[in-house]
Design a protein around this ligand. Structure first.
Ligand code: SF4
Length: 272
């Protein structure tokens, strides 16, 4: 096996491993009929987030993950509210810098020429410029998904993570973590090979809750009969911190994003 240590995301070996990974994702998808085909994002998410190969194999054949969404709508609204505020501030700051932009939606059939394209997609906001791209991941609670961040870094040179409740804003560049990305890609390729060759390795553990595989370790989902609702005192504290931290986090996030794209210098000729 090639030496995977200390590789740079710009090196041919990293790029060839990434290409191999993308081809593998396509070949897994092609094993399903068009109505049942899992999306590339779902295949990557399952491969990177679950230890049990057999769990991944069975979950690929289902439309969504086994988890139940029993959350209070407060959590969803908090998230959508923060994304709206972030996009508003981005629009304001881009206008201040004389940049033209377009907020892209999936309904757009044609996009004209703009300096910046703003795309919202679930939990992320993407800023695309002719020679640069930044993805902003907004987290409005204390949760964090490192496998998800890793997947984003396979696709973007710069990720800005914004966590409202703890007040964390961090700029993460893929080139700084090339060794981690390379090693993880190699492991996921090996896992995909085992699944495709019908030799998945069982790893009993947290994946077993709600697993639909015919396996003696399978257990019922953990949250089947429970709606996740904050107690009143926790709700007050959560909303108080959220409201107080929201704009300081958004301001830092927007500033970092515009710095990464060189908007402050009046141009967008960035590397990568
Ligand atoms: S029950 Fe557990 S060990 Fe068995 S396939 Fe599912 S996740 Fe793997």
């Amino acid at each position: 096996m090639e030496d995977l240590a200390a590789q740079d995301t710009s090196t041919p070996s990293y790029r060839s491993l990434l290409n191999e990974y993308k081809q593998m994702v396509e070949s897994i998808a092609s094993a399903f009929s068009s109505s049942e085909k899992p999306s590339p994002a779902r295949i990557m998410s399952l491969l990177s987030s679950h230890s049990c190969d057999l769990y991944v194999k069975h979950a690929l054949a289902t439309k969504s993950d086994y988890s139940n969404n029993k959350s209070d709508n407060y959590f969803l609204e908090k998230h959508e509210y923060a994304l709206r505020k972030l996009v508003e501030r981005l629009k304001t700051e881009l206008l201040k810098h004389g940049m033209s932009f377009h907020v892209y939606t999936e309904a757009d059939s044609e996009v004209g020429h703009f300096d910046v394209l703003i795309k919202t997609n679930g939990s992320t906001v993407e800023l695309e410029m002719p020679k640069g791209r930044v993805v902003i991941e907004m987290k409005t609670g204390f949760s964090i998904n490192l496998s998800q961040l890793e997947r984003y870094l396979l696709d973007t040179p710069t990720l800005i993570l914004c966590r409202i409740l703890p007040g964390h804003v961090m700029c993460i560049r893929a080139e700084d973590y090339s060794e981690l990305l390379t090693e993880s890609l190699a492991d996921q390729l090996d896992k995909a090979d085992r699944i495709l060759e019908g030799q998945p390795i069982l790893v009993p553990g947290t994946d077993c809750y709600g697993c639909k595989a015919d396996c003696p370790y399978a257990k019922p989902p953990r949250w089947e009969d429970h709606r996740i609702v904050l107690r009143n005192d926790n709700f007050s504290a959560d909303m108080d911190v959220y409201f107080k931290n929201l704009y300081p986090c958004i301001k830092t996030t927007v500033d970092l994003a515009l710095q990464e794209l060189n908007v402050h210098k009046g141009g967008f000729e960035v590397d990568g």
